[in-house]
Design a protein around this ligand. Structure first.
Ligand SMILES: *[C@@H]1O[C@H](CO)[C@@H](O)[C@H](O)[C@H]1NC(C)=O
Ligand SMILES: *[C@@H]1O[C@H](CO)[C@@H](O)[C@H](O)[C@H]1NC(C)=O
Ligand SMILES: *[C@@H]1O[C@H](CO)[C@@H](O)[C@H](O)[C@H]1NC(C)=O
Ligand SMILES: *[C@@H]1O[C@H](CO)[C@@H](O)[C@H](O)[C@H]1NC(C)=O
Ligand SMILES: *[C@@H]1O[C@H](CO)[C@@H](O)[C@H](O)[C@H]1NC(C)=O
Ligand SMILES: *[C@@H]1O[C@H](CO)[C@@H](O)[C@H](O)[C@H]1NC(C)=O
Ligand SMILES: *[C@@H]1O[C@H](CO)[C@@H](O)[C@H](O)[C@H]1NC(C)=O
Ligand SMILES: *[C@@H]1O[C@H](CO)[C@@H](O)[C@H](O)[C@H]1NC(C)=O
Ligand SMILES: *[C@@H]1O[C@H](CO)[C@@H](O)[C@H](O)[C@H]1NC(C)=O
Ligand SMILES: *[C@@H]1O[C@H](CO)[C@@H](O)[C@H](O)[C@H]1NC(C)=O
Ligand SMILES: *[C@@H]1O[C@H](CO)[C@@H](O)[C@H](O)[C@H]1NC(C)=O
Length: 794
């Protein structure tokens, strides 16, 4: 293994070295360029700065060459400025000349066309490629009459101010430096703002420094230590975007660039040829943040934080290589009639859940249900799509723009599609709808890199965990990201504190017991101050006796708000008593539904429940302020709200309670219940333990039976094994109880998701985000390996 890694790095090293050597050979060194000098793309292709770091001249673009400034001292082709960026590239017989009459021009043989690189009113006397990355023209008095620093494209370098009124436009792609679709402008009013290039109205600004109270003519500046800040007209620092870095032994260079995805980033790099650019700061951590990334009728989806574009149902990419060109309709609208000659409806509605769009409605209706909104659009000839949220139905015409998925937004886009062209209802797309992001070969390399790093990480985890095991016992719970560590007063104002006496009254003397679990006993109560039923949980076997610790944890739990979580209302910390007060869920737990034949929900309802739970867990893992690992996902901990909405309860308790010593999982004859195998192996516990438990529960939801059922035949008793056996034998229908009818493809998809989640190897299990995308049908699901294949290899 180690040998493989070594070889892999050697290959990369040698290819970068080769690259450096070829660059150097083609260039001549001279920082001062005299009249009459010229360059061609193939020989003497650029003028270097004195240190050799920057070069001005030809670089390859498309099938030809473009003229610009780039970093010559490093192997990556980092282009920082392009002349006439929207003109097509020139062929290899073109010439770039500083003519004897003082003009900087680009010429092609036997062509009268001359392109001016610098627009100057007086002749230049001399040119120079400076070590700052600025290409300048001087007059005879050595006064600068033109400089590339004043005409930035998508990048500014240290010492290059973005003056009031100037703007940067992103490039089309990493290899096409023409003007792209995002803009960063240093407005004259002092505000630094990002817009989609197609819309300059302030409502479409997707990022702003909000510094317009600081007077006119501010400028954006980047210092030699990576410090990015705004200066006002009298050179006072009014806003810091980044802090400067402390000086290091190796010299570092910095640049700020508005990237192809519309986010602007500060990059740093040491000059070692084997180093890479690294991101020092970025204007957003959300890669779908930029408005219009996916073009018209497309929407952006985050896939493990990588932006991915999709077309709305019934649409395909105009140009699969370029997302920005958007999506076009793939059905013809011959007639506006909603019913054809045979009385069949011509159009259907295909919904896209949890998406946000630019609202460009021609009519807004107040309607009570989504169904009414669908009907209103179907019956309206002009309506091509409708946005439904909070009782408002906004009828739209195409194009829909600035779309993205947002798990937190309940808006649903209802797209009218031709009846014949829409086999899907959830915005499921076939592979052909996805533009290929990278050439296949590169993907292979990616897989190789990921593979190698996974193995490396696995080895590291193994090593680290054995050290940890030695020093500590098992990590019951791990907080990974904690933004803002100080618990601020007032933030948990929504949480009410109760005295023990009050709760005695609320529960009528702990009279009505709702349930008893590992974490404590739950009683029904009624709060008279707001006339609400509540559930009061009396905690037992507490880990943290201290009041401060308890309060800190409670605040973390109390701050988690999501429609798929049972909301905590308050708590009691009174002497030795520790109680939690939750909203009351009259319908009981999911176990009550799926394991009781009379209550059993339909297939579609069950999938809805699974999605709800996945959303809730995703929120706990990735979206709430402090990451929460539930550690005890099971049907008994899912409560059912009104309208069949599933809500997770008991989250955050793992941190408060002692692990139950009486349960010996290992005694269960190799079966695992809901508990991920890493618990037994004393490996560090990560969010993936919840994914595992979710997977087991998902199989239960599919099959409507418990994961361990000893009354069944031996081969069926352990659900996980039984499901995998049926999956391998392609006999999935056996899994459904009472001959339930479910489309084979749908069933197979969900079973595959379940099998991925219960992989023994935590790194093979998908993230909750991925699980959600798979459940929604927006990503393909590969064939899962045997869940226990990891065990047999170690
Ligand atoms: C460098 O520029 C100077 C004038 O500034 C010129 O005399 C000299 O010939 C140039 N050297 C090369 C190698 O072009
Ligand atoms: C390229 O530069 C070398 C010296 O650096 C010079 O001898 C040669 O004539 C130049 N070629 C052209 C085509 O300008
Ligand atoms: C770069 O993109 C622009 C706009 O999409 C396009 O017109 C141009 O042909 C592209 N240039 C190259 C070299 O591909
Ligand atoms: C220059 O190159 C272009 C494209 O390669 C070609 O069409 C053209 O004929 C060439 N011109 C001369 C004078 O060789
Ligand atoms: C150079 O400076 C002199 C004296 O300051 C001035 O007369 C002359 O016009 C300047 N030349 C140019 C090209 O600006
Ligand atoms: C720049 O900011 C300083 C400090 O806030 C202030 O005194 C000065 O007047 C400002 N200059 C302008 C032109 O607004
Ligand atoms: C800002 O710059 C413009 C154009 O250069 C100038 O007319 C204006 O007076 C400047 N405003 C301030 C406050 O400096
Ligand atoms: C920005 O940071 C510098 C130190 O790096 C500090 O002197 C300056 O006051 C800060 N500016 C603002 C507006 O906070
Ligand atoms: C730079 O990136 C390459 C691949 O992108 C990687 O192999 C190499 O290890 C990186 N170097 C450093 C110093 O991070
Ligand atoms: C729409 O797309 C599907 C598959 O992507 C294709 O089979 C069908 O022919 C297309 N329909 C039209 C009208 O272009
Ligand atoms: C769609 O059209 C087909 C035939 O054109 C018809 O059989 C079917 O019922 C229609 N579907 C709906 C939902 O109206």
């Amino acid at each position: 293994m180690a040998v493989a890694i070594l070889i892999f790095f050697l290959i990369i090293l040698s290819s970068t070295l080769l690259h450096t050597i070829t660059i150097e050979a083609q260039q001549q060194r001279n920082s001062s360029i005299s009249l009459g000098s010229s360059l061609t793309p193939t020989t003497n292709s650029s003028w270097l700065s004195r240190s050799g770091l920057y070069a001005f001249g030809f670089y390859p673009e498309g099938n030809g060459y473009a003229v610009g400034v780039f970093l010559a001292g490093i192997p990556e082709n980092t282009i920082v400025w392009t002349a006439n960026r929207d003109k097509p590239p020139v062929p290899s017989n073109a010439t770039l000349a500083l003519t004897s009459d003082g003009r900087l021009i680009l010429q092609q043989p036997q062509s009268q066309d001359v392109t001016y690189i610098a627009d100057i009113s007086q002749p230049a006397f001399e040119a120079s490629m400076l070590d700052s990355g600025n290409f300048v023209l001087y007059d005879s008095n050595h006064t600068v009459i033109w400089q590339s620093f004043r005409l930035p494209t998508d990048t500014i370098l240290s010492g290059q101010p973005l003056l009031a009124g100037l703007d940067l436009f992103s490039s089309v792609s990493g290899t096409n430096h023409s003007t792209g679709i995002f803009r960063l402008v240093m407005q004259r009013d002092g505000n630094l703002v990002q817009y989609p290039a197609s819309a300059i109205e302030s409502q479409y600004a997707y990022w702003a420094s909000n510094t317009n109270q600081n007077g006119d003519n501010c400028s954006l500046n980047l210092d030699g230590d990576g410090h990015l800040y705004l200066l006002n007209a009298t050179s006072t620092n009014i806003f810091n975007l980044t802090k400067g870095e402390p000086p290091t032994k190796e010299k570092k260079i910095y640049m700020m660039k508005i990237d192809v995805d519309g986010i602007f980033r500060v990059y740093s790099r040491i000059l070692d040829p084997n180093a890479n650019w690294s991101i020092l700061w970025q204007s957003s951590n959300d890669n779908c943040h930029s408005l219009g990334l996916c073009g018209l009728n497309g929407f952006c989806v985050l896939n493990d934080n990588i932006a991915d574009c999709r077309c709305i149902p019934g649409f395909v990419y105009v140009n699969p290589i370029s997302w920005a060109s958007g999506c076009m309709r793939n059905f013809t609208t011959e007639s506006c009639k909603t019913i054809d000659g045979d009385g069949n409806s011509r159009y259907n509605i295909s919904p896209l859940e949890n998406t946000v769009w630019d609202d460009d409605s021609y009519m807004v209706l107040q309607l009570n249900s989504r169904k009414e909104c669908e009907d209103a659009c179907l019956q309206d000839c002009r309506c091509e799509a409708a946005l439904y949220k909070d009782g408002k139905c906004r009828k739209q015409r195409f194009p829909l723009r600035f779309g993205r998925r947002s798990v937190d937004d309940s808006n649903v886009a209802l797209i009218k599609v031709g009846n014949y062209s829409s086999p899907n209802t959830k915005g499921v797309l076939t592979d052909s709808d996805h533009p290929p992001k990278k050439p296949k070969r590169k993907q292979r390399l990616d897989i190789l890199i990921i593979g190698v790093s996974l193995i490396a990480i696995a080895l590291m985890v193994l090593a680290i965990s054995s050290v940890l095991m030695y020093r500590n016992h098992v990590w019951v719970y791990k907080k990974i990201s904690e933004k803002g560590n100080a618990v601020e007063l007032g933030e948990d104002a929504a949480l009410r504190t109760f005295t023990f006496k009050e709760l005695e009254q609320v529960t009528n003397g702990f009279n009505e017991e709702l349930g008893r679990g590992a974490s404590g006993t739950v009683f029904k109560g009624f709060t008279s101050y707001n006339q609400k039923d509540v559930a009061v949980k009396r905690l037992e076997r507490l880990l943290t006796e201290g009041e401060r610790e308890f309060q800190t944890e409670i605040r973390v739990i109390g701050r988690a708000h999501h429609r798929n979580l049972v909301q905590m209302i308050g708590y009691c910390l009174d002497g030795p008593n520790r109680l939690l007060v939750y909203e009351y869920m009259r319908n009981g737990s999911l176990a009550n539904f799926i394991f009781t034949p009379e209550n059993r929900p339909s297939w579609d309802e069950r999938i809805g429940i699974a999605l709800d739970i996945a959303r809730g867990i995703l929120y706990l893992h990735e979206e709430c302020e402090t990451q929460i690992i539930h550690c005890d996902i099971k049907p008994q901990n899912i409560l059912m709200g009104d309208h069949g909405r599933a809500k997770i309860c008991d989250f955050g308790l793992a941190k408060l309670l002692k692990p139950d010593q009486t349960k010996t999982f290992t005694a269960m004859r190799g079966t695992k219940g809901y508990v991920a195998p890493e618990w037994h192996r004393k490996l560090p516990v990560t969010v993936k333990v919840d994914v595992y438990s979710f997977g087991v529960m998902l199989l239960e939801i599919i099959c409507c039976r418990k994961c361990l059922e000893w009354s069944l035949a031996e081969e069926e008793a352990v659900l996980e094994e039984w499901v995998y056996d049926c999956f391998q034998a392609k006999e999935l229908h056996k899994l459904l109880v009472d001959k339930e009818e479910v489309e084979k493809k749908k069933l197979e998809r969900v079973v595959k998701i379940g099998l991925w989640c219960i992989q023994d190897d935590p790194s093979l299990r998908p993230s909750m985000k991925k699980v959600m995308l798979m459940l929604e049908g927006s990503v393909d699901i590969p064939v899962p390996p045997s869940p226990t294949s990891f065990l047999s290899t170690i």
